[in-house]
Design a protein around this ligand. Structure first.
Ligand code: HEC
Length: 186
């Protein structure tokens, strides 16, 4: 092959795999939004309904995992979506693995250095699986159940449902966790 042809094929290959990555990223973001959207809409409604946060807390406790499973049944069989955190509340279903931890530690470092772009999405390829991560930054509404100095009723309800809860003490702007979509080559 002539050099020009080789270079051209290399260029085409690179742009083809870049296009594949773009498509994967878009697909992952779609699943992330399905889960994030379902949880956020309902959380907002419940917080409006009852300002104490107790109704919303009961909703998260009773339904977050159920909603996550429901959203997963709507995805193609090669894909999943879930939430995790370094400091988890529900360690039964949301515990992070080593890759999750590495990505979240990087997000935390970026937040500290003030370099985390608002719409950051990180892709990690492992074997035939691509993971797509979206950081969840703590907002003021999250503090009612994830902040410091919780209302004693909220604190009690959390303690009885999650005896190993680690998900308090967050401040606005802290990394609360991530939503991660996993897409298998297909
Ligand atoms: C009304 C209380 C409440 C509010 C407000 C709330 N959460 Fe939670 N959060 C919970 C509960 C309860 C769980 C555990 C759900 C479960 O059992 O799966 C949870 C779990 C999570 C998890 C999954 C990881 C883990 O720790 O188990 C993430 C991520 C999370 N919350 C982020 C947020 C963010 C971001 C906000 C603000 C936009 C927020 N939460 C607001 C109660 C709340």
């Amino acid at each position: 092959m002539k050099l020009k042809t080789i270079l051209l094929s290399a260029l085409l290959l690179t742009s083809a795999s870049m296009a594949d990555d773009m498509a994967l990223k878009q697909e992952g973001v779609k699943y992330i939004k399905m889960l994030g959207g379902a949880l956020k809409t309902q959380l907002k409604e419940k917080m409006k309904e009852d300002k104490s946060g107790l109704t919303a807390l009961a909703f998260c406790t009773g339904s977050a995992d159920k909603i996550t499973k429901e959203v997963n049944t709507k995805l193609p069989e090669y894909a999943t979506v879930r939430r995790t955190s370094i400091k988890v509340r529900n360690d039964k279903v949301n515990a992070p693995d080593a890759t999750d931890k590495k990505v979240m530690e990087q997000f935390e470092a970026d937040i500290k250095a003030k370099t985390l772009a608002p719409k950051t999405i990180v892709m990690v390829k492992e074997g035939d699986i691509t993971r797509i991560y979206k950081p969840l930054v703590t907002k003021s509404v999250c503090l009612k159940c994830h902040g410091s100095n919780l209302d004693p009723k909220i604190a009690d309800a959390i303690k009885s449902a999650y005896p190993h809860d680690k998900a308090t003490g967050f401040k606005e702007g802290d990394l609360r966790g991530v939503i991660v979509a996993e897409i298998k080559n297909h």
